[in-house]
Design a protein. Structure first.
Length: 390
């Protein structure tokens, strides 16, 4: 949980104030939205040149990335007010919502990218569960040594990863040569995925909430007095004005991303086609844009000796990605009639199995080890190799 630089007294409600930097970010983001709303059709039309596409991509990339950082910041404020796991869930769901919007924009765009959903989900898995998780394990160990985490909650995340990802990414390749679901299968997979994810989310927030919180420290022989330095800070008392303000800012920062997603999809399609790059690069790009801020937050949490929060951010992000993206992509395909290919390749299946198996071994004890962190980074390096040299 993020602790402010000048924390309020215990039990005090946070002051509902907004720093000037947030207002500047909002003005800049909505300014870019206004510019592309008025001139986007002209800039990104049939006469688009590589120079125009490059400038537009830079403006859209920076704006969406900056807004994503703003979303993370506001979610962290809510996390401090509400406590875990609500704060992490707000952050994760906000980020995954952005990803779903970007994927939907590519699917509904002028280009033909039937594998964008599959590519994005697989890229998120490799980035979050290998690159980011590896960095968390290594950075956390260098700062704090072996770190404790809640084994039961982590095991439930991994179980959800195996279930949802296997159904969404591995099963389709054995159902048809093209890796597609039939209409009836797509409806069934959508319903099962949505229900299982909703049940998991409900239990995570209510009856099983303790499984996703930092493990309690060892009890001292003589408990220190209540005023002693070093006691874990308690979540600040929730204040309605504070929650409403931060929630409004969260929405105000998400909306520009939603409104600019279509323009980014157009530019991305143009760039991939012009450069002759692999189509899977589009999914990797979406994953990088969306999950960079959350990834930085996870590494910081590990360095602050909050490994369970880092796990919640990493594994929870991927579970939410599959739980929300798969139903959204399949429904879009059913409604619009566009082809949606979900089955991953044989090489990607090997990387998927290796990632899941390594993750289970990494979190098979009570404390983390940096050794597995380097192994996770090695798996991500293999992905980069195969992306440009399949």
């Amino acid at each position: 949980m993020v602790t402010p630089r000048n924390p309020p007294p215990s039990g005090a409600a946070p002051k509902p104030s907004v720093p000037p930097s947030t207002w500047l970010l909002l003005i800049a983001a909505w300014g870019v939205v206004g510019a592309f709303t008025v001139f986007g059709a002209e800039w990104l039309g049939p006469s688009m040149t590589p120079v125009t596409a490059g400038v537009a991509f830079a403006a859209l990339f920076v704006t969406i990335l900056a807004a994503s950082f703003g979303v993370v910041k506001e979610a962290d404020h809510l996390a401090h007010a509400l406590g875990e796991p609500y704060g992490t869930l707000i952050l994760t769901l906000s980020i995954v919502l952005i990803e779903v919007v970007l994927i939907a924009s590519v699917l509904l765009g002028p280009g033909d990218f039937p594998t964008i959903g599959r590519d994005s989900i697989f890229a998120v898995m490799m980035i979050i569960m290998n690159l980011v998780m590896g960095l968390c394990l290594i950075a956390g160990y260098r700062r704090n040594g072996h770190q404790a985490y809640n084994a039961q909650g982590t095991a439930s995340y991994l179980a959800m990863v195996v279930l949802l990802a296997s159904i969404a990414l591995v099963l389709p390749k054995y159902l048809s040569g093209a890796g597609e679901f039939t209409t009836f299968q797509a409806l069934g997979i959508t319903a099962v995925t949505a229900v299982v994810y909703a049940v998991f989310l409900g239990m995570q927030m209510r009856s099983h909430r303790k499984l996703y919180m930092e493990p309690a420290p060892a009890v001292a022989a003589e408990p220190p007095p209540r005023h002693a330095v070093g006691l874990l800070p308690q979540p600040a008392r929730t204040d309605t004005r504070f929650l409403l303000l931060r929630s409004a800012l969260l929405i105000a920062l998400i909306l520009p991303i939603v409104l600019l997603a279509h323009h980014l999809a157009v530019v991305t399609d143009y760039g991939i086609a012009a450069a002759g790059a692999p189509t899977a690069l589009g999914g990797v790009l979406i994953a990088i844009i969306v999950f960079t801020p959350e990834s930085i937050t996870a590494v910081k949490a590990a360095m602050n000796n909050e490994m369970q929060r880092a796990i919640n951010l990493c594994l929870g992000a991927f579970v939410s990605t599959v739980g929300l993206t798969v139903p959204a992509v399949l429904v879009i395909g059913l409604v619009t009639g566009k082809q949606v290919i979900m089955g991953i390749s044989n090489a990607e299946t090997v990387l998927y199995i290796a990632t899941v198996a390594l993750s289970m071994l990494t979190f098979n004890g009570q404390k983390t080890s940096a050794v597995q962190g380097w192994m996770h980074l090695a798996l991500f390096a293999i992905l980069g190799l195969l992306l440009f040299s399949p």
